[in-house]
Design a binder for this molecule. Structure first.
Ligand SMILES: *Cc1c(COP(=O)(O)O)cnc(C)c1O
Length: 366
C-alpha cells in the first residue's frame, strides 16, 4: 500500500537527533517556555524573515490570538466583518467567529483555488476591517493584489500560513512575512510538523507581537503580573525541541515535494483528472497535490484497489457544515464544486521514485 503520508517514515529520519536532544531536554528540568521555545522563535523568525515569532499551542489558537490581540489593541471590535476564503479548512474561519467577528465568505479563483481578488472587492462594506488570506495547499495567495486592496480600503491583512511553511514569492519573501501578521500550524502532517500540536505567529509589528506574547501566557509578560485577560496557548517546550531539528530540513523537503509535483504535472495524462495550477515558481510548497475528478468516488476506489491511498481536503465546505448553519444559505457554487470533486494524491519527502511512477501509471490507466 502506498500511504497518503507516512508520518513515521518522515520522523524516523530524525530519530537519533530527537533522542539526543530529548535527553538534554529531560535533564534541563525546564519543560515550559524554556530555551528551546526561545531558540525556535528566533530560528523561525529568521527563517521567515520577520522581526518576531511567537510559539503558540497550535494553528487554530495562533489565529484566535491574532484576532484577539487586534481587539485588545482597538483595531477590531465585535461584529466587524472579515473577508475569508469560502474554500478553506474550517480552522481558518472558526477564529473569526470565536472572536465575535463576522466572516464574509468569498469564492476562490477557478485556477488556483485561492481567494479570488476580484471577488474580494465586491464584498467590501463599511464594516469590513480585515482580510484573511489562506495559502491553500501550500500555494501563496495573491498577496500583492490583496495588500493593494487592503491599503486602498484601510484593512488589516492576516495570513493563514498553516499549509505554506517556506513558500517564497517573486521578491524572495516568505509566507508569514507577506502581510501584517501570520499564523502557522505545526500539526504533524504539515510540511513542518511537530510530534504533537504546535503553532506560531509571525509579524514585524512590535506591539502586536508583545500583545500576543502576553495573551498566550495568561495575559502576563512577568510571572504573576497579569495585564490582559489571557489564555494558556504556549508552544510546548518538547515540540520546540523537535521543531528546531526539523526546521533545518524544511527547504530540502519542500524541494522534494516540488520535484514530485513536477513529475505528476508533466507525466499525468488523463483527461478525467484535472491537474492543479502551478507556474514552476517557489511560491508553492505542495503541502497537498490536489486533483479534480468528477467521479470522485469511483476514482478513489480504483486507486484503493491499486493500493494507493488518497484523502480529501476537504469533503464539506465550511458554510455547509452543521457548525456554521448561519451561513448555510450562501450560494458559493465554485467552492461547492471544488469540495465535491477534489482528491489529494500522496506527496511527501519520503516517497520514492518507484511509488511516484506507480501512481502516475495507475492514474493514466484510469
Ligand atoms: C492545519 C490548519 C489550521 C489549523 O492548525 P492546527 O494546528 O491543526 O490547529 C488552520 N488553517 C489551515 C489552512 C490549516 O491547514
Amino acid at each position: 500500500m502506498i500511504k497518503f503520508l507516512d508520518l513515521h517514515k518522515i520522523n524516523a529520519r530524525f530519530e537519533v537527533q530527537f533522542q539526543e536532544q530529548f535527553k538534554k531536554f529531560l535533564k534541563s528540568g525546564h519543560y515550559i517556555l524554556g530555551d528551546q521555545v526561545a531558540l525556535f522563535e528566533s530560528n523561525y523568525a529568521k527563517y521567515c524573515g520577520t522581526k518576531h515569532c511567537i510559539g503558540i499551542s497550535n494553528g487554530l489558537d495562533a489565529l484566535i490570538l491574532i484576532f484577539k490581540a487586534y481587539k485588545v489593541l482597538g483595531k477590531l471590535k465585535e461584529n466587524d466583518e472579515v473577508i475569508v476564503p469560502a474554500n478553506t479548512y474550517i480552522a481558518s474561519i472558526l477564529p473569526v467567529i470565536h472572536n465575535g467577528l463576522t466572516p464574509v465568505f468569498v469564492e476562490p479563483d477557478k485556477e488556483t483555488y485561492n481567494i479570488s481578488t476580484l471577488e474580494i472587492e465586491k464584498h467590501i462594506t463599511p464594516n469590513t476591517k480585515a482580510i484573511l488570506a489562506v495559502h491553500l495547499y501550500g500555494q501563496l495567495a495573491n498577496m500583492k493584489a490583496i495588500n493593494t486592496i487592503a491599503k486602498k480600503h484601510n484593512l488589516l491583512v492576516i495570513e493563514d500560513a498553516a499549509q505554506a511553511h517556506g513558500a517564497i514569492n517573486e521578491n524572495g519573501k516568505k509566507a508569514g512575512n507577506l502581510s501584517d501578521v501570520a499564523a502557522f500550524s505545526f500539526y504533524p502532517s504539515k510540511n513542518l510538523g511537530a510530534l504533537g500540536d504546535g503553532g506560531a505567529v509571525t509579524t514585524n509589528n512590535d506591539v502586536l507581537a508583545e500583545t500576543i506574547k502576553k495573551l498566550r501566557n495568561y495575559g502576563a509578560s512577568k510571572k504573576y503580573v497579569n495585564e490582559l485577560i489571557g489564555f494558556n496557548n504556549r508552544l510546548d517546550e518538547i515540540q520546540a525541541v523537535f521543531l528546531n531539528i526539523k526546521l533545518k530540513k524544511l527547504d530540502e523537503d519542500n524541494t522534494i515535494r516540488r520535484y514530485i509535483a513536477k513529475r505528476y504535472l508533466s507525466e499525468l495524462n488523463n483527461e478525467k483528472v484535472k491537474l492543479p495550477f502551478y507556474n514552476n515558481a517557489l511560491d508553492h510548497i505542495f503541502h497537498l497535490f490536489v486533483v479534480l475528478v468528477e467521479d470522485r468516488e469511483g476514482f478513489i476506489n480504483y486507486l484503493k484497489e491499486n493500493q494507493i491511498e488518497t484523502l480529501i481536503h476537504y469533503p464539506i465546505a465550511p458554510h455547509q457544515q452543521d457548525a456554521l448553519k448561519d451561513y448555510a444559505s450562501l450560494n458559493l457554487p465554485i467552492t461547492e464544486h471544488i469540495h465535491k470533486t477534489i482528491v489529494s494524491l500522496p506527496i511527501s519527502p519520503v516517497m520514492n521514485e518507484k511509488e511516484v511512477t506507480k501512481i502516475i501509471n495507475t492514474i493514466n490507466l484510469y
